[in-house]
Design a protein around this ligand. Structure first.
Ligand SMILES: *[C@@H]1O[C@H](CO)[C@@H](O)[C@H](O)[C@H]1NC(C)=O
Ligand SMILES: *[C@@H]1O[C@H](CO)[C@@H](O)[C@H](O)[C@H]1NC(C)=O
Length: 443
C-alpha cells in the first residue's frame, strides 16, 4: 500500500516538475534556466569564499537579454501556422480541435516590433535585476567609482541596450551620477565573426555540421513530426516539416520568454526534449566542443580578461590604488558558448551524435541551462592573506553561482597562477591571424 502511495506521489511530483520546466534551448528565459533551489541561491546575491580572502576585482561577460525572434524563425513559423489555418478554413473550422483549434486564432504578437532580434522590455528587466544582484554581491568589499569601472559591448543593438540597462541599474544602486560610456568592440565580443577559416570549415560547411543537419531524419525526430501532425489532425504535407523544427522551437521560445506563454510551445511541449537535442547538437558542433577552432578563437577575449587580472594583481601588490575594479561586457550566445568550451566546462565524455538522443539524455551540454538569454560568466579576483602568506585566487561564477575551474576540481577558489598555467595556451598560443587564415592548400 505504502509502496503504491510512494509511486503515485513520485508520479505526481514528476509530472508537476516536468510540466513547469520551460527549457527552449538558447531561447530559454534566464530565470527558467534554473531549478527552484538554484534560483533561491542566486537571489541571495552573496559571494561565497573563505574568511581570509577578499574580492578586489570582478570581470563578467553577459549574453544580451530576452529578444524578439529572427526574421527567418518568424517566416517559417508563420508559414507552418498559415497552412494549418488554410486547411481548416477549407474543410471547416468546426473540425479543428485541441491545439489546432487554439492555433486558428494565433497571431504574431511580434508583428509591431520594428527590428527582428531586438531586445525586449523583458530583456531590459533581466539586465536591471542582474545589475542589482551583482551590485549587492560586491557591496561588502568593493566601493565602485566611475573611473575604475568599464562597460564594453558588441556593436549590436541588443547587446548595447543590454549594457545600457545594466549600467543604469548598477550606477543607480550606488548613486553614481557620472556618465560612463559603453565602449563598442566587435573585435572583442564578436571574435567568432570575420574568421574565414571558421566560416569555411565549420559554420558554412554542412558536412562539418552533419550531426545537426541530419537529426530531423532520425527516428526520434520523425516520430515527433508524425505525432505533432496527428495531434493537429492535418495531412503530413501541410503539417510541420523537418526543416521547420528549429525555427518553430526558436520562435516558441521567444514567445514564451517575452509574453510568458506560447500556444506554439504548448503544441510541442510533449516533445520538447527532442527539440532541445536539436538545439544542443547545433551548439555542440557549431559553437562548443565539436571542433577545436570554435573555442580556440575565443582566446582573444579570454586573454584580455586574464591580462586585465594580472594588471590588477600587479597594481594591488604594489599598493597602487587606482586599478580597475569592475568590467562588464555584453555579447551573444556565440560569445559565451565557445568561452565555456575553451574553459572546459560542461564537457561530456563522448561527442553528441544525431542518432543517440536516448543515450545522451543525461548529457552535461544542455543549451537551455548553459546559454539562456542573459547567461553570464564572471571572474572574481580575490586577495588572500593569513599570518603565513599572501596570494591571489580566482573564482568563477557561472550564472551567478560558483563553478569550479577544471584546474582546481572541487575548490571554489583557485590560485590565479594555477588557472593561468592550466590555460597556458590562451596566454601563449593565441594568434588570431594564423588561426583564422585559410592557407592556399586548404582551398
Ligand atoms: C483566441 O481565442 C481564445 C478563446 O477561444 C481567446 O481567449 C483569445 O483571446 C483569442 N486570441 C486572439 C489572439 O484572438
Ligand atoms: C557600429 O556599427 C555601425 C553600423 O551598424 C557603424 O556605423 C559604427 O561605426 C560601428 N561602431 C563601431 C565602434 O564599430
Amino acid at each position: 500500500m505504502s509502496a503504491i502511495a510512494l509511486i503515485l506521489t513520485s508520479l505526481v511530483l514528476n509530472f508537476s516538475f516536468s510540466f513547469s520546466v520551460k527549457y527552449y534551448g538558447t531561447k530559454t528565459l534566464y530565470e527558467e534556466s534554473f531549478t527552484n533551489e538554484e534560483w533561491k541561491e542566486v537571489l541571495k546575491s552573496k559571494l561565497d569564499h573563505p574568511k581570509t580572502c577578499h574580492p578586489i576585482y570582478l570581470s563578467a561577460i553577459f549574453r544580451h537579454g530576452t529578444r524578439s525572434p529572427s526574421t527567418s524563425a518568424t517566416k517559417k513559423t508563420e508559414g507552418f501556422i498559415s497552412r494549418i489555418k488554410s486547411y481548416y478554413n477549407k474543410i471547416g473550422r468546426d473540425n479543428a480541435q485541441g491545439h489546432a483549434e487554439k492555433l486558428l486564432n494565433w497571431s504574431n504578437r511580434f508583428s509591431n516590433v520594428k527590428d527582428s532580434m531586438s531586445l525586449a522590455e523583458k530583456g531590459r528587466e533581466e539586465m536591471r535585476d542582474l545589475a542589482s544582484r551583482f551590485a549587492k554581491r560586491i557591496e561588502p568589499y568593493i566601493n565602485p567609482t566611475a573611473l575604475r569601472m568599464a562597460f564594453t559591448s558588441s556593436n549590436k543593438s541588443r547587446s548595447i541596450q543590454s549594457a545600457e540597462s545594466f549600467r543604469e541599474s548598477f550606477l543607480s544602486y550606488y548613486s553614481i551620477k557620472d556618465e560612463i560610456p559603453v565602449q563598442l568592440s566587435d573585435i572583442r565580443l564578436r571574435f567568432f565573426s570575420d574568421c574565414p577559416k571558421l566560416r569555411n570549415t565549420i559554420e558554412k560547411n554542412k558536412n562539418a555540421l552533419k550531426e545537426y543537419y541530419s537529426f530531423p531524419e532520425t527516428f526520434a525526430a520523425q516520430e515527433v513530426i508524425k505525432k505533432i501532425n496527428m495531434a493537429l489532425n492535418i495531412p503530413a504535407d501541410l503539417g510541420i516539416q523537418k526543416n521547420e523544427l528549429k525555427s518553430v522551437f526558436s520562435f516558441c521560445g521567444c514567445e514564451n520568454a517575452v509574453f510568458g506563454h506560447s500556444k506554439i510551445c504548448d503544441l510541442i511541449e510533449e516533445h520538447r526534449t527532442v527539440f532541445e537535442y536539436l538545439s544542443d547538437l547545433k551548439a555542440y558542433w557549431r559553437n562548443m566542443y565539436g571542433y577545436k577552432l570554435t573555442s580556440k578563437v575565443s582566446c582573444t577575449l579570454l586573454k584580455d580578461i586574464f591580462e586585465d587580472m594580472l594588471l590588477v594583481q600587479r597594481d594591488h601588490e604594489r599598493g597602487i590604488e587606482n586599478f580597475e575594479q569592475l568590467h562588464f561586457q555584453f555579447g551573444h550566445a556565440e560569445t559565451l558558448m565557445p568561452i565555456i568550451a575553451a574553459l572546459g566546462l560542461f564537457r561530456d565524455s563522448t561527442p553528441l551524435r544525431a542518432d543517440e538522443f536516448k543515450k545522451n539524455i543525461d548529457r552535461k551540454l544542455r543549451v537551455s541551462k548553459i546559454a539562456p538569454f542573459s547567461t553570464n560568466l564572471a571572474f572574481v579576483l580575490y586577495h588572500c592573506k593569513d599570518e603565513n602568506k599572501e596570494d591571489y585566487k580566482l573564482q568563477l561564477l557561472f550564472k551567478e553561482r560558483p563553478i569550479p575551474f577544471p584546474a582546481c576540481e572541487s575548490e571554489i577558489l583557485c590560485d590565479l597562477e594555477k588557472v593561468l598555467k592550466y590555460y597556458h595556451w590562451i596566454m601563449n598560443e593565441c594568434h588570431r591571424n594564423s588561426m583564422c587564415e585559410i592557407l592556399r592548400d586548404e582551398l
